[in-house]
Design a protein around this ligand. Sequence first.
Ligand code: PLP
Length: 403
Amino acid sequence: MNIATNPGSGDFAARFALTKEQLLARRNAKWSQYAPDVIPAFVADMDFAIAPEIQAAIRTPVEAEDYGYPMRDGQKADRAVAAAFSRRMARLYDWQVDPDLTLVLADLVQATFAAVMAFSEPGNGVIVQEPNYPPFRAAVADCGRHFVPMPMAMTDEGYRFDLAELEARMTPDVRILILCNPQNPTGRVFSRAELEALLAFAETHDLVVISDEIHSDLIFDGRQHLPFGALGLRAMARCVTLNSATKSFNIPGLRTAVMSFGSADLKDRFECRFPSRVIGSVNTLGIDATVAAWDLGDDWLSGLLDHLQAMRDHMAARIRAEMPAIRFRAPESTYLCWLDCNDLGIEGSAFDFFHDEARIAFSPGENFRPDAAKMVRLNFATSKEILDEVLDRMVAALRRNAR
Ligand SMILES: Cc1ncc(COP(=O)(O)O)c(C=O)c1O
């Protein structure tokens, strides 16, 4: 089961979309990194007020000045996050996750780096889909492993990977597959058949699968997310699932995520390299916010999905009608769209062109794939007014450039 959508209701934006003035007054990276006349459409942060249930959960300890070492239900408070993750996986996907095999830590990038270090040695190979969320490439390079690309190629059916091609790149020292499901930046939601094929491949090469599922709540068109671990015991034996409430509920500043091991053996191997004291523990507000998001946030999330799907469709229709030379696939998930600007005839990088000529900050394509400087990633998690301003500025800049 996924969270239901009812596109076009419009209520969510009326209640939660923030204005440019409100956004500029915030102190987040999205609205502070560039000059005030630049519209930011880069980092995966959304321009909406958060769910009232989360705000209420945060307010309770703040008003009580309750900032001691946190306990919940007679246990260390991070156990409440692990339990809430298990409840949510059981409710949404009928997938049983043992809370005792789930570590709670600050963020998914930390978990990815730690997993790369725990399950491989310097010099080993790590498979990463390409284009990819930039810290995955950094996790491989910074930890002294070598990068084995798994291209996501644009086909008539959308972005697809090719395991025969990957097989040809394999060397015996490859130990890990970093899977991003749903995939950032292509927005693909992988089918059961694709995930089964990846599992068989991982078994053939004895790989640990690090499955980053941070975008798993953000699924459109009635599609279903399938956690890699939910494929069954064979998958669980070799996978570590990473997730958090931070993308779908817009609380990345609260720094709380989960790293859930599919087996006790994987957790033991990890803890031999990283005793729990190295990983540390997370803060009271992040704990209460995450539990509230996962247990109580479905109504807000359902409204968000209606709005995001409507924005995705609006953006796609306008690009097709007014900027037909931009090639793209409407994402099946995430609020990010990967735009191919190779046919626009712009000089230099697509990021620089739109930054300088349209005063928009997209994510530069080359961060996701080194040869993709003519591509950008657009974040459409905003109001229709701001999204239209982004699209209007793009159209105007391209018209000026064509003269
Ligand atoms: C695929 C993916 N993983 C991880 C993250 C970041 O997660 P965190 O802030 O928990 O490191 C993002 C953020 O956009 C992402 O897209």
